[in-house]
Write a protein that binds this ligand. Structure first.
Ligand code: FMN
Length: 203
């Protein structure tokens, strides 16, 4: 039997979510029970706004996620940097282009989860998850949360992003903080545990 296909799709201006995505891919690949593909969400901000943000160009090596590609996958994890406690327009624009998938029920019964980055603690990782959930629910997608399945999520000795909703990092207002060892451990763990759940569901 073919292994289930898992897509990791991220949007990342300054690289924090991308670093989590790469760790999640490592975790997904570690047990060898799923096929993994990395995609990114397409930028849709005007050039002058991107220049104001000092946004580097998107990685030319990573293909853009399309509704057709998502429709062919068995499961996905989406990496979402918070915007005002919610998902960025780039991710929302993607969901808004999935009407044909919705009208044909193409995503019903697939599995999905999320991971996050915010500037600050309490900046909205969980609200971003909750806002994103409506897309899964309306498509009939099974939400796979992380749960409190990694000890780092209980660690109060330092800043540790992420929660029961998914791995996360805290980037600081100027983006100067990089994903920590503990945050990257949680990301890798999320990939591994998601792969196990998807593989079990498909066995
Ligand atoms: C328009 C805008 C809105 C933002 N809103 C929030 C917010 O509500 N809470 C927060 O903690 N960070 C907020 N941020 C900071 C981003 O979440 C942060 O830049 C991002 O997580 C960094 O991830 P990246 O390097 O992968 O792009 C906002 C950033 C922008 C540009």
């Amino acid at each position: 039997m073919a292994k289930p296909t898992v897509i990791v799709a991220y949007y990342s201006v300054y690289g924090h979510v991308r670093k989590l995505a790469d760790k999640i891919v490592e975790g997904l690949n570690s047990a060898g029970n799923v096929d993994v593909k990395l995609y990114q969400f397409k930028e849709n901000l005007p050039e002058d706004v991107l220049a104001m943000f000092k946004a580097p160009p998107q990685d030319p090596e990573v293909p853009f996620l399309t509704p057709e590609i998502l429709g062919e996958a068995d499961a996905f994890l989406m990496g979402i940097p918070t915007r005002y406690g919610s998902m960025p327009a780039q991710v929302k624009a993607f969901w808004d282009s999935t009407g044909p998938l919705w009208s044909t029920g193409k995503l019903v019964g697939k599995m999905g989860g999320f991971f996050f980055s915010t500037a600050s603690q309490g900046g909205g990782q969980e609200t971003t998850a909750l806002v994103s959930l409506t897309n899964l629910i309306h498509h009939g997608i099974i939400y796979v949360p992380l749960g409190y399945t990694h000890n780092n999520l209980f660690d109060l000795s330092e800043v540790v992003g992420g929660s029961a909703y998914g791995a996360g990092t805290v980037a600081a207002g100027d983006g100067s903080r990089q994903p920590s060892v503990k945050e990257l451990e949680v990301a890798e763990h999320q990939g591994k545990s998601f792969a196990a759940i998807v593989a079990k569901y498909h066995s």
